[in-house]
Design a protein around this ligand. Structure first.
Ligand code: CTP
Length: 217
């Protein structure tokens, strides 16, 4: 049922260089994004994966564009978004990056005091892709949310707020507390969609989650 459709999927986690040796990264493995690509290909779609630091074999039939940083991910997605029918932002994108990347390795001997790394916010790619639709309903844009819940709100409440803030069509909410998601083969999610729709997918393989349906998709 996705024959002739083009699906653009971001997967993995971005890395922001501190110097030629070190980076700020995150624990995303890319497994969920690759499972989504496999499911979309099985349904007949043409799939492009923009993979940030993923160490997995590419799903058969997919095109993989490799990137490292948030800026590279952004460029790869913005350039391809307009020709996609569906965009799925499964990548864990760094929220902050060093304001400047040192050209040379920061040596312990350079400073006697502890080094201070000044951070700046990265661009919000998902929000930019949604804004770029300019009132059009295509592509369908699916966001992911990594939430832990806190004293102000539950995982799901944070999810609803994020769906409203980002303006995407569906939001796949992950509870990432206690190492339950990153690098694992299984997960459980809630898919939030239009009209307060919330579809709960109980703990199962990331492949089964990739095949779940919500919001008429
Ligand atoms: N995302 C993005 N660009 C960023 C940060 C996140 O495109 N700079 C996307 C992710 O790919 C994901 C969604 O936004 O689809 C939500 O990511 P998440 O890390 O859960 O949320 P944040 O936007 O970082 O918000 P917060 O830190 O408040 O949870």
């Amino acid at each position: 049922d996705l024959r002739g459709r083009s699906v653009l999927i971001s997967a993995g986690g971005t890395r922001e260089a501190i110097d030629p040796v070190r980076f700020i990264g995150n624990r995303s493995s890319g497994k969920q994004g690759y499972a989504l690509a496999t499911a979309a290909i099985a349904r007949g779609a043409d799939v492009i994966i923009v993979a940030a630091n993923v160490n997995l074999p590419p799903p058969a039939g997919s095109t993989v564009v490799e990137v490292e940083s948030t800026e590279e991910l952004r460029t790869a997605l913005v350039g391809r978004c307009a020709s996609a029918d569906i965009v799925i932002m499964a990548a864990a994108v760094a929220d902050f990056r060093p304001r400047a990347t040192a050209l040379h390795k920061i040596k312990k001997s350079d400073e006697s005091a502890d080094p201070v790394i000044e951070l700046e916010r990265t661009p919000d790619i998902l929000a930019e892709l949604v804004l770029g639709r300019d009132g059009q309903s295509r592509p369908i844009i699916v966001g992911f949310a990594a939430e832990t819940g806190d004293e102000t709100a539950s995982v799901r409440e944070h999810g609803w707020a994020k769906l409203a803030r980002k303006g995407c069509d569906l939001l796949v909410v992950n509870d990432v507390s206690d190492g339950k998601v990153f690098g694992r083969d299984e997960n459980e999610v809630v898919i939030l969609g239009p009209g307060q729709e919330a579809v709960e997918i109980p703990r199962t393989s990331k492949s089964h989650i990739a095949g779940a349906r919500a919001g008429g998709c």
